[in-house]
Design a protein around this ligand. Structure first.
Ligand SMILES: [Mg+2]
Length: 361
């Protein structure tokens, strides 16, 4: 089964509520969707959201990179998908979101051609995953209201966005913990918003006040591996790398330094499933568990991420709540959602049969 053409489309999906982190605000997901068509009539689906402040990728850069890859991919055989993924990986430097979009479409096709759902093609460790829900960074009152709503909807794990003012952050977390009680798990994501010393102060205070934080994601600047290690060495709460981790090489450096306790893999940072598997294998070797996270993605790439997370034993945490943050779901097929659980299902590949409302570029 050979690649015949790659179609590039645009999808626009409003969010239910403005998404606010220490890095950005977003009202509508404006993502690039790709369809890889084969000579046997099968189509592989892929998607890339432009997250310029994290990956450097924009819709324009994703489209240009996919066009660059397309020329090298036409005629290649899906049965040799390792070769195709090598071409994708070496087609250009960076452009990881574009690579991820093509990579997941290739995995979609490779597993479809074997008649297996992608998660079973990759290992099939479990049949479902549980996602957390992100609470945007707002005034403590609003975060408390959002957290209570999330608890009512059945979420058992909340990820609180913090990181713009360390004193206010302590208040945010303590207020939310007080209102939701001790049954829910709380994780924090500072999105690089603290200095190492601020991070130690915030986390230390939260430890003293028994806030029971599961882990803290990316407390300090992405480039500051020494700062990450300093924080990890000075608190007992586990620290997770997100923006500091793009490639398998980053994973190796972070873990050899013992700079963090956990890794957050996102397909858009590492360039897709092929590299995500390498990062997870490195982490597992170090005895470090991984979370599978996402950008503000539609059900296309979230389905790919959910399949990967379900497939692997060492991916023990899932943060794929973009599916809940979006106001519409134009994807037919893909995972089945029974919040807070996602079921990859038994359909071959990603199980996506159609994506509605695609726009020409
Ligand atoms: Mg993060």
């Amino acid at each position: 089964m050979k690649i015949q053409s790659i179609e590039i489309k645009h999808i626009s999906i409003p969010l239910k509520k403005i998404f606010k982190t220490a890095l950005r605000q977003l009202e509508t997901a404006e993502n690039t969707v790709i369809l890889v068509h084969t000579d046997e009539g099968l189509t592989g689906y892929g998607e890339a959201p432009p997250t310029a402040v994290i990956t450097g990728d924009t819709n324009e850069s994703v489209i240009a990179a996919v066009k660059l890859m397309e020329k090298k991919l036409i005629g290649l055989d899906i049965d040799h998908y390792e070769k195709i993924l090598d071409v994708v990986g070496t087609s250009c430097i960076n452009n990881n979101s574009a690579k991820a979009a093509v990579d997941m479409a290739i995995y979609d096709l490779a597993s479809k051609s074997c008649g297996k759902p992608l998660y079973q093609f990759l290992g099939g460790y479990r049949d479902f995953v549980e996602t957390d829900l992100t609470i945007s960074m707002n005034e403590p009152d609003e975060m408390c209201r959002d957290a209570l709503q999330a608890r009512e909807k059945g979420f058992r794990v909340l990820k609180l966005k913090v990181g713009n003012d360390w004193e206010q952050d302590i208040l945010r977390v303590l207020e939310v913990r007080k209102i939701v009680g001790d049954q829910l798990k709380l994780r924090l994501d500072a999105n690089q918003g603290w200095t190492p010393k601020e991070a130690i102060r915030v986390i230390g205070t939260l430890e003293d006040k028994d806030a029971e934080i599961e882990f803290v994601e990316q407390p300090v600047k992405a480039m500051d591996y020494e700062g990450l290690k300093y924080v990890t060495d000075h608190v007992s709460t586990r620290i997770m790398a997100d923006e500091s981790l793009f490639s398998p090489g980053d994973a190796l450096r972070l873990l050899r330094l013992r700079a963090v306790d956990l890794l957050n893999i996102k397909l858009m940072k590492c360039g897709g499933i092929h590299n995500a598997l390498k990062i997870n294998a490195i982490a597992e070797t170090f005895g470090v568990e991984c979370m599978l996270g996402s950008m503000i993605e539609s059900k296309i790439s979230l389905t790919a991420a959910a399949h990967l997370a379900a497939a692997k034993k060492n991916i023990t945490m899932v943060d794929l709540d973009a599916a809940v943050l979006l106001a519409a779901d134009p994807v037919v097929g893909g995972f089945r959602k029974e919040l807070p659980f996602f079921y990859p299902g038994s359909a071959p590949g990603l199980g996506i049969t159609e994506v509605m409302d695609l726009k020409s570029i």
